[in-house]
Structure formats: structure tokens, C-alpha cells
Ligand binder design. Structure first.
Ligand SMILES: *Cc1c(COP(=O)(O)O)cnc(C)c1O
Length: 453
């Protein structure tokens, strides 16, 4: 059969409160044209993020009931540890309350002034934790990874020539090398097995530890299965094990491919480093057998990490983004191609080509999608960054939460907005905070009269 369906049945439902366009127009105005300020109950379809928004399975809920809340040595920890060890092969597994806690602990131990940490593209929290420790975060993704409409099977690959030359010159100042799978900041694009292998050889040559930012490791493994020769008949577990075999450790936000709503971990082989991590983790996360998580959450995560390896789940997962991408491209909407694992990114410079960059076309599109259809998305452009390379709107997909009709509805809303694009106007900032302004900045529409002047 050609029809692909969601590989799950629905046992519990969550009501969506319907709103009208008139109501949303008022809500948007009250939120100062910043959907971060809109209440979730006023959103019909929430594509703000795929982080911590997954629907858990009946097995995970059962694991919640069976969670062991013992302070030390809880059986839920050993369940979780066994699963992580099976997938990653790493010797030490240390839970944290989310991904950035793992990053904070790791970098406060290994990074110092003058150090440089290369990656394909550092995720914002990774970069921030490196910079907080006065080290430099260096992005070395292949040039193809920065061109939205360019189709390449592994746009998340690290540039091996650049990396090799850089490491040769600077190895004394590189305490750790990293790679982010999939490359979130570059559009959720995958990294090939051969790129991972070659990257590991470069670091190994200079005895530099190599860590994987593993948030979407299962999505990456499925891309390898689909696109890289020699992996067609391997299981996702086998591919994941091989990916991790090239690294000395990993950081993980379980809020992504852990299929849970909270959690993270560090896993690694080095005994001395693991000892330091555990000592520091006790200060802020907790005893090493719970690390800021409850026993029940660790237990549900152990189940989630096994469910995420199921191929029919990953097929449906990757196809979702691809399906939306195909429909948008057919309607003339420009997006990052090919679609990645967890999101679709619309090129707002193309969508609202009449709105100048200083009037924030991506933010204007985020507002239009909410007003037209109650869809919440996020601006990744000139509001979030100064002089960004691209002006994007990201629609990130919670795992196992929405059905195909929800996606069809969202596609219709986007295409309607595209048809009416000439009527859209830009925005101006009327208030902004000193840091991370995209979360709370306030906007006002730039009047049409002003635009036609
Ligand atoms: C989400 C994410 C993180 C940070 O994890 P949190 O759980 O949000 O703290 C780090 N790296 C990547 C690639 C991510 O997507």
C-alpha cells in the first residue's frame, strides 16, 4: 500500500479550543505581535518547538507508574542506564534535568579562556555554555549546508578539509571536538556515517576527545539508512551503535529523541572525566542516580529511547516533514531543502519579498500564520540574530502529537497566506529586552500608508 498512516492509535485526547480569526487578531495585538506571549490554550496547532512536546505511549505511562523514587540506586536509573549503554556503548551514564545542564557541566570542566571547540553548527545553548566559560564555539558545517534551496543528502556534514587544517594548527587549544546530529541550527539536516568516521579520525590523531550532541540521533540514523550506501539493511539500533562508536561521549536532550517531556544526560568512557562530572552534577543536578530527574521520568525515558528506534515510527516522522515540504514547494513557497527530520523552514525573504529586512518579514509571517489559522511558529531571522544569513520561519513538529489532517490544515493556512502575501505589512519593534530579544520583544505593524510613501 502507498498510504502511510500514523503508527499509533489514540487512547487519550487533548481538546483544542477553536478560535476565530477576529479573536486571534485581538489576541495577537494584545501579545504585541509576538506569539511567545500568546497562551498555549489560544493556539490551534503549536509548531513552536519539538522540544519536550512529544506524546508519550501507553508503555511510557505505565513506566511512569512503575518509577522508583528512591534517592539512591533507584531501579528506574538502572533501567535507563542499561538502555543508554546498549545504544551508545559508553561506560558512564549521568542523568541531567535537560540537555543544557549536561552542556553546562561538561564545558565548565573542560573549557577555558583561549580554548576553541569546533562543531558542524553549535546549537544556541551549546554555544552559550561554551562562551560563558570564555572559550570560542566554532562552526564548520559544509558550505552546502548554508544554501537553503540546495539539495544535498547530508547537509549537516562537517567540512573535513577545514576541520583537518584547523585542528592541525590549533590542536593545543582544542579540549574537545563536537558534532551535532542532526544539525538543528542548520535545518535539522543529517550527518553521514562516513563524515562521522572521518571527523573522529581527525580528532583521534591529536588525542582530542570527540563528543556527539545526540539530541536527534535516531532521526539521523534513519537518514543514514535511507541515504547512505551499505546501511540499507541495518537496523536503527545498529546504525546508532556505529555512530556512537566513533565518539568518546555524548550530550543529550531527552526532550527530543527521548520521546519524553523532560530530561537529558551525559554519557562517556573517560573514568577521570566522569568522576569530575558526577562531582559537579551533585552540586546542581543531584545524586548521580537521578541527576535532576524523578525516577518515573527516567523510567519513561528508558522506554522512549527504545521506541524511538522503531522504524515505522521514524518513517512516519521523517515523511511528515517531507510531505509538508512537497505541498509547499508545489504551491511556490520557498523552503530549506531537502526537509530535515523535525521541522520545515520557510524562506521568509522569498515569501514576503516586498517587506524589507528591517521590517522583519519572518516575524510578519509568524504573525500571519497565527492570525489566519491559529498556527504558532517561530522566527529565526533578524529578530533572533543580528545580520542572519537567512530569514526563516520554523515550523517544528512535536513527536506523535498531530495527525495528517492537522498537517493538511497547516499547509492550507500557509498557502492561503502566500496567496494573500501582497496585503501583508512589516513590523517595527516598540520595546526590547537587553538579551535574547525574540522571546519578549514587542512589535507594532508598520502602517500601509507609511509603506507606500
Ligand atoms: C534542544 C537542544 C539542546 C539543549 O537541550 P535542552 O534540553 O533544551 O536544554 C542542545 N543541542 C541541541 C542540538 C538541541 O536541539
Amino acid at each position: 500500500m502507498k498510504t502511510l498512516f500514523e503508527p499509533f492509535k489514540i487512547k487519550v485526547v487533548e481538546h483544542i479550543r477553536e478560535t476565530t480569526e477576529a479573536e486571534r487578531t485581538t489576541l495577537l495585538k494584545k501579545a504585541h505581535y509576538n506569539p511567545f506571549m500568546i497562551k498555549a490554550e489560544d493556539v490551534l496547532i503549536d509548531f513552536l518547538t519539538d522540544s519536550g512536546t512529544a506524546a508519550m505511549s501507553d508503555h511510557q505511562w505505565a513506566a511512569i507508574m512503575e518509577g522508583d523514587e528512591s534517592y539512591a540506586g533507584s531501579s528506574s536509573f538502572y533501567h535507563f542506564e542499561k538502555v543508554v549503554k546498549e545504544i551508545t556503548g559508553f561506560k558512564h551514564v549521568i542523568p541531567t534535568h535537560q540537555g543544557r545542564a549536561a552542556e553546562r557541566i561538561l564545558f565548565s570542566i573542560i573549557a577555558k579562556t583561549g580554548d576553541i571547540i569546533p562543531n558542524n553548527t553549535h546549537f544556541d545553548t551549546t554555544r552559550a555554555n561554551i562562551e560563558f566559560n570564555k572559550a570560542e564555539a566554532l562552526d564548520l558545517v559544509i558550505p552546502e549546508g548554508k544554501i537553503p534551496e540546495l539539495v544535498h543528502p547530508f547537509k549537516g556534514n562537517i567540512d573535513l578539509e577545514k576541520l583537518s587544517a584547523f585542528v592541525e594548527k590549533n590542536y593545543k587549544h582544542i579540549p574537545l571536538g563536537m558534532i551535532t546530529i542532526t544539525n538543528n541550527s542548520g535545518g535539522g539536516q543529517p550527518i553521514s556515517m562516513s563524515n562521522l568516521r572521518e571527523t573522529s579520525y581527525i580528532f583521534k590523531k591529536y588525542k582530542i576527545p570527540f563528543f556527539i550532541d545526540a539530541c536527534r540521533f535516531a532521526e539521523n540514523a534513519y537518514f543514514i539508512k535511507l541515504r547512505e550506501k551499505g546501511y540499507e539493511s541495518k537496523s536503527i539500533l545498529e546504525i546508532s551503535q556505529e555512530m556512537f562508536s566513533y565518539a568518546n561521549g555524548c550530550t543529550m536532550s531527552a526532550k527530543k529523541d527521548g520521546l519524553v517531556n523532560t530530561g537529558g544526560f551525559l554519557a562517556l568512557n573517560d573514568d577521570a572525566l566522569a568522576e569530575k562530572i558526577k562531582n559537579l552534577s551533585i552540586l546542581t543536578e543531584g545524586f548521580p542516580t537521578y541527576g535532576g530527574m524523578t525516577g518515573r521520568d527516567l523510567n519513561a525515558l528508558a522506554v522512549g529511547l527504545q521506541e524511538v528506534l522503531e522504524e515505522n515510527y521514524l518513517r512516519y516522522r521523517l515523511r511528515t516533514a517531507e510531505y509538508m515540504g512537497e505541498k509547499l514547494l508545489a504551491a511556490g513557497v520557498s523552503i530549506i531543502q531537502p526537509t530535515g527530520g523535525h521541522a520545515v523552514y520557510i524562506d521568509a525573504k522569498h515569501f514576503y519579498s516586498h517587506i524589507p529586512l528591517h521590517e522583519f518579514p519572518a516575524q510578519a509571517l509568524v504573525c500571519s500564520l497565527y492570525k489566519k489559522g491559529g498556527i504558532r511558529s517561530v522566527e529565526i531571522g533578524s529578530v533572533m540574530f543580528q545580520n542572519p544569513a537567512m530569514e526563516l520561519v520554523r515550523l517544528a513538529f512535536p513527536r506523535r502529537t498531530y495527525t495528517q489532517s492537522h498537517f493538511d490544515y497547516a499547509i492550507e493556512v500557509i498557502i492561503e497566506c502566500f496567496k494573500e502575501r501582497d496585503t501583508a505589512c512589516g513590523l517595527k519593534i516598540i520595546w526590547e529586552p537587553p538579551f535574547l530579544r525574540h522571546f519578549s520583544a514587542q512589535f507594532e505593524p508598520v502602517s500601509k500608508v507609511h509603506q507606500s510613501q
